[in-house]
Design a protein around this ligand. Structure first.
Ligand SMILES: Cc1cc2nc3c(=O)[nH]c(=O)nc-3n(C[C@H](O)[C@H](O)[C@H](O)COP(=O)(O)OP(=O)(O)OC[C@H]3O[C@@H](n4cnc5c(N)ncnc54)[C@H](O)[C@@H]3O)c2cc1C
Length: 111
């Protein structure tokens, strides 16, 4: 099981076990605290700081050659909103649809 604790506007959850537990204890629901308290910690708490969403403007480049940027290479959402994997998967599905549609056309995939 993976447990995440998220803060905003400078309110950063602690990364030591006691501090992590204290945050869970302060929640309205008792369950996360019980799970963390009684569970076996398999690895240290990992800390990710994502200060902003990021969009890369590849359209301003002359060419990406034969590469197509999708997923986080194109756009990084704030993990609080839990959208990154869906966006990456939808990008992949879109690229596949376009590739299938155009692979047999006159210009192949060059467009
Ligand atoms: C803390 C955190 C929590 C998150 N929680 C959620 C969530 O709850 N729900 C959600 O939908 N999304 C969440 N996300 C976002 C999600 O993880 C990403 O949006 C998603 O993984 C993007 O997929 P991707 O394939 O574009 O990139 P990645 O998953 O980053 O895959 C890129 C891969 O390329 C490899 N790589 C990099 N450089 C090279 C190289 N030069 N050569 C070869 N390989 C290379 C990397 O090792 C990696 O395996 C979270 C992100 C973070 C940081």
């Amino acid at each position: 099981m993976l447990v995440s604790s998220i803060g905003r506007f400078g309110d950063c959850p602690p990364t030591d076990r006691e501090g992590f537990l204290a945050v869970a204890e302060a929640l309205h629901s008792y369950l996360p605290w019980r799970i963390i308290k009684d569970g076996e910690q398999l690895s240290p708490v990992a800390y990710h700081r994502v200060p902003a969403g990021v969009q890369k403007h590849y359209e301003e480049m002359d060419s990406l050659g034969q590469f197509i940027a999708i997923g986080d290479a194109l756009c990084i959402f704030n993990p609080i909103h839990a959208q990154g994997m869906s966006a990456a998967a939808r990008s992949r599905a879109f690229v596949r649809r376009v590739a299938v549609r155009h692979r047999s056309s006159e210009r192949g995939l060059d467009r």
